[in-house]
Design a protein around this ligand. Structure first.
Ligand code: SF4
Length: 376
């Protein structure tokens, strides 16, 4: 059985009809590949459509406001992808006069583009025979060739990369790369692949030796640290204007450049969720008096490298204190790029405390079980 021919034939007969597969425009392929990093096709597709509608080419993306792009990206997570895409589009405008570079090294040098994405763009848009190696490909090759060494070791990744390089169809590298990705995502899936119906089974080492459920192997898992965040959710009302105080994240930390709420810095250990000592905040709000309205939490939120435990303390202030944060009227909140956790919290405020917030947001998923009634 010839691996290359078999898998390309399978791909041509079974590939999903997706907008980025109907084009060889490197810009569209690039956008799709960036979106699909860490994101499933079903989730990424609507984002691809709305982002390429807003920015149909490199020039329009390069001229975008970061905040607008982040707003379109909201909900996808890993916002660095969007910021890097914006930076790379500006480099393409400046250095390549708006023409996407066609060689692997130049593509790889663009911000936010790693080995995998560079190989995908180079092979699909420019016919460069450079193999893609992602989690799906590692799993497929580990099983097909019976590699029982942890696939997260760089030596194994290199071995699989070299195997793929030796198998890639030099005439048709884009289809080969898409075939191995698609096959890994849809047939040689992580649990219970349907090996009996698999077109590669007659030569698959794992299938023949009963090792399918044991491969691929991985090294011991890293422990993900816990982190607690205390947010101050401060609403204000001044004349006809009412809104929330928001803070743009500048730190090199999670959610860079997105907006969230001011954080209460713990001066000493205390029981999480116990009321924030109002005295310590009084000077801050002066001459206004904050009205403590309730606490929500802990809301659990998992990120790749951190498990968050988040508390939201709600305050209302009559007037508009001079705080070092951005006072955002309610009707403008929906234009701010915010992390998904904050977006859901704000939506819940509108749903469960309508008297507190005199403005309606669009419908959305709720954190309803986590919301405590206001403590007036
Ligand atoms: S036979 Fe099973 S393990 Fe082997 S490639 Fe096919 S789906 Fe994967």
């Amino acid at each position: 059985m010839d691996f290359t021919t078999t898998i390309i034939d399978w791909y041509l007969q079974n590939k999903r009809d997706l907008p980025w597969r109907r084009t060889r425009d490197p810009y569209l392929i690039w956008v799709s590949e960036i979106i699909l990093q860490q994101t499933r096709v079903e989730q990424g597709l609507p984002y691809f459509i709305k982002i390429t509608r807003a920015y149909p080419d490199i020039r329009s993306l390069a001229g975008a406001e970061e905040q607008e792009l982040l707003k379109l990206w909201q909900g996808l997570g890993y916002y660095t992808r969007a910021r890097n895409m914006l930076a790379a589009s500006r480099v393409i405008m400046d250095r390549y006069q708006g023409v996407f570079p066609g060689d692997y090294a130049s593509i790889r040098a663009l911000k936010g583009i790693g080995d995998y994405t560079a190989a995908a763009i180079a092979s699909i848009a420019f016919n460069v025979p450079h193999p893609v190696v992602d989690g799906n490909v590692l799993r497929l090759f580990s099983r097909f060739f019976g590699i029982d060494i942890p696939i997260d070791r760089s030596s194994v990744k290199k071995e699989i990369h070299d195997l793929a390089q030796s198998l890639i169809d030099p005439e048709n590298p884009g289809d080969f790369n898409q075939a191995v990705m698609e096959f890994g995502a849809r047939v040689c899936i992580p649990s219970n692949p349907d090996c009996n119906a698999c077109c590669l089974s007659e030569s698959c080492r794992a299938y023949k030796t009963g090792m399918v459920h044991l491969l691929p192997k991985r090294s011991e898992k890293q422990i993900v640290p816990d982190r607690t965040i205390h947010y101050l959710v401060i609403s204000y009302q001044q004349g006809q204007e009412s809104g929330l105080f928001m803070k743009q994240r500048e730190e090199r930390d999670i959610w860079h450049h997105l907006f969230d709420f001011p954080q209460y810095q713990e001066e000493r250990e205390r029981h999480p969720g116990s009321p924030i000592p109002l005295k310590s905040l009084k000077r801050w709000f002066s001459p206004h008096h904050p009205d403590f309205q309730g606490v929500t939490g802990p809301v659990k939120h998992k990120l790749t490298h951190q498990n968050l435990s988040v508390w939201f303390y709600r305050f209302h202030v009559n007037g508009k204190p001079r705080l070092p944060y951005q006072a955002v009227p309610f009707h403008e909140l929906k234009f701010l790029p915010v992390p998904r956790l904050i977006d859901r919290y704000i939506r819940d405020l509108f749903i469960f405390a309508p008297g507190f917030l005199n403005f309606k947001m669009d419908d959305g998923p709720a954190l309803s079980k986590k919301i405590n009634p206001p403590l007036h």
